[in-house]
Each structure stands twice: as structure tokens, then as C-alpha cells.
Design a protein around this ligand. Structure first.
Ligand code: R1P
Ligand code: URA
Length: 291
């Protein structure tokens, strides 16, 4: 099998992958990604034991155990561009032999959970609530650099999105990818569910106006009003569609769970977002440990 060149698969002197600075044995098969590097220790403090702690740039990793489940928690920083790095490097750690630089004959499917924060797009999904994303709908463009294929239902949903919101004419070619049903089924009680839209920014790309005018001032309303059968858009943030899309292409099981810190319809921000995130962490870890 053809070996992958040093310019493409970059391994440092420690035998670790370039950005994450992780060696294959330092990563678990169950992974939690978080945007905020400080959230890594907020999660690993619930571990019974921590075996590895690494940091390079905004990418902090703690790998440890809750009971018999080995878990790695990895910070991604903000945005889909960082997700491109994190997902490709996590997959390389699991599925590429670093000695021969060849793809392993037996591939490992990772379970990848995002624990993040997000803005609600529905009046009835309040701040401090939790959302499990049934789909990641990307207006961020990352997956347009890959060959993502959508199933029949996803194609119909995407077509309805294009027709109803018209966002593609302006700045993006939207794409969609579903959550792993095998993970989503465990996150029903206490989690709202719906489509999570992923944006390439926090201000203009999420319809926020401080000093600058927007090319699509109706964006938030259009996302809020979108309907397709039983589906509606519950929330938006900046990583989910990239995780779901790359996860599908690479053969991993992914689920994005977000604490709502802003409600863009009723225009509220959480009075204690940290507390909401801590509750989401505790609830979600309890479920992950038992899966
Ligand atoms: C923006 O404030 C950041 O918060 C959300 C968005 O996706 C973006 O990364 O997630 P995290 O709290 O996980 O970073
Ligand atoms: N993260 C986002 O990306 N948007 C919000 O409104 C809140 C958190």
C-alpha cells in the first residue's frame, strides 16, 4: 500500500500528530470534543483516573477513565476550519499506521460526542436548555471541499432548506449530514432535538448586528421559520455540521450536544452559562459512561 508523504501526514519528533500532538496510544475510542480549552478540565475532573494530558496551541487533550470506559476529551477551539484539523487527525491516530504511513487494513469507528454551547432559534427552547442535533446543516462550506453524499431524506431536507431560506444564492452551498442514530437514541430525556445549523462566524454569519450591516438581515427569521415535515431548526453554532460530515466520510459515529446560552428569538442570554454547561457535562457523561 502507498505510504502517505511527510508533507501530508505530519508526525513530530515525539511520534505525535502535528496539531493535536497526540500519539496513537494516547487516544481513546470514545472522544468528547469541546470548543473551549478550559472545558477539557471541567470534563476530566469527572474522570476516575487521567492517563495522558497533552496541549499544543488550542488543542488540549485529557485521556482517562470513567469506570470501565476510556474517554479522551479534546478541545477544538472555535469553528469548522479547526474541525477539519481535529477530525482528520483523530482519524489518522485511529486508522493510519504511523510507522509505515499506511492506512490500517482494519478500520476503527470512533464514537465522537461534541459538548458545546449554542444559540436557540426557537422561542420554546430556552436558555440553559440542552439540544441534541439530529442533523448538522452547514452554511460554512467546509464539506464542499470533500465528496459528501446525502441520502434521499437529507437531499429533500436540503432542497426544502434552499427553497425556503434562499441562503445559497448569497454566500454558501449548504450541506447536511445526520447524527449517528445509534448514539442519538440514548439522548432523549432532557434534551430537545432538531436540526443544528453550523455557521462560519458568530456575528454576521449568525445575524448579529453590532456596527456592521448584513447581506441577509432576515437570516435568523428564515432559519426559525424553516419547516420540513417533522423537522425544524432548533439552534446554531460553529462546529456540528463539520463534525457530522467528516465523521460520516471517515466512518465515525458522531453526536453534537449543546447547552443553549442565547435565545435569538426572545433575545435572552443565560445568566449563568457555565452552570448550564456543567449540568450538560454531568448529564451527558452519565449517559456516555453507560453506553
Ligand atoms: C462561540 O462562542 C463558540 O461557542 C460555541 C460555538 O460553536 C463556537 O465554538 O461552541 P463551544 O462553546 O463549544 O466553543
Ligand atoms: N455559540 C454560538 O455559536 N452562538 C451562540 O449564539 C451561542 C453560542
Amino acid at each position: 500500500m502507498k505510504s502517505i508523504a511527510p508533507s501530508e501526514l505530519i508526525i513530530n519528533n515525539r511520534g505525535a500528530i502535528y496539531h493535536l500532538d497526540l500519539r496513537p496510544e494516547e487516544l481513546a475510542n470514545t472522544i468528547i470534543t469541546v470548543g473551549d480549552p478550559d472545558r477539557v478540565k471541567a470534563i476530566s475532573r469527572h474522570f476516575d483516573r487521567i492517563d495522558y494530558q497533552r496541549q499544543h496551541r488550542e488543542f488540549i487533550t485529557h485521556t482517562g477513565w470513567i469506570g470501565k470506559k476510556q474517554i479522551s476529551v479534546v478541545s477544538t477551539g472555535i469553528g469548522p476550519d479547526n474541525i477539519d484539523i481535529v477530525m482528520n487527525e483523530l482519524d489518522a491516530l485511529a486508522n493510519i499506521n504511523f510507522d509505515t504511513r499506511t492506512i490500517r487494513p482494519e478500520l476503527t469507528s470512533l464514537s465522537i460526542f461534541r459538548i458545546g454551547t449554542s444559540g436557540s432559534l426557537q422561542a420554546d427552547i430556552p436558555v440553559d436548555g440542552f439540544v441534541a442535533g439530529t442533523h448538522g446543516l452547514g452554511i460554512d462550506n467546509l464539506l464542499n471541499f470533500y465528496r459528501l453524499e446525502q441520502n434521499e431524506e437529507e437531499q429533500q431536507l436540503l432542497q426544502a432548506f434552499l427553497t425556503q431560506t434562499q441562503v445559497h444564492n448569497q454566500f454558501t452551498q449548504p450541506y447536511i449530514s445526520s447524527a449517528a442514530g445509534s448514539l442519538l437514541k440514548h439522548f432523549v430525556d432532557g434534551y430537545h432535538s432538531g436540526i443544528t445549523v453550523t455557521c462560519p462566524g458568530f456575528y454576521g454569519p449568525q445575524g448579529r448586528v453590532l456596527r456592521l450591516g448584513l447581506s441577509n438581515p432576515d437570516l435568523v427569521d428564515r432559519l426559525t421559520d424553516f419547516r420540513f415535515g417533522q423537522y425544524r431548526i432548533t439552534n446554531f453554532e460553529m462546529e456540528t455540521s463539520a463534525i457530522y460530515g467528516l465523521g460520516r466520510l471517515l466512518g465515525h459515529q458522531c453526536l453534537s450536544l449543546n447547552a443553549i446560552v442565547a435565545n435569538r428569538v426572545v433575545k435572552e442570554f443565560s445568566k449563568d452559562g457555565q452552570a448550564a454547561v456543567e449540568k450538560l457535562i454531568e448529564k451527558t457523561l452519565g449517559i456516555i459512561a453507560g453506553i
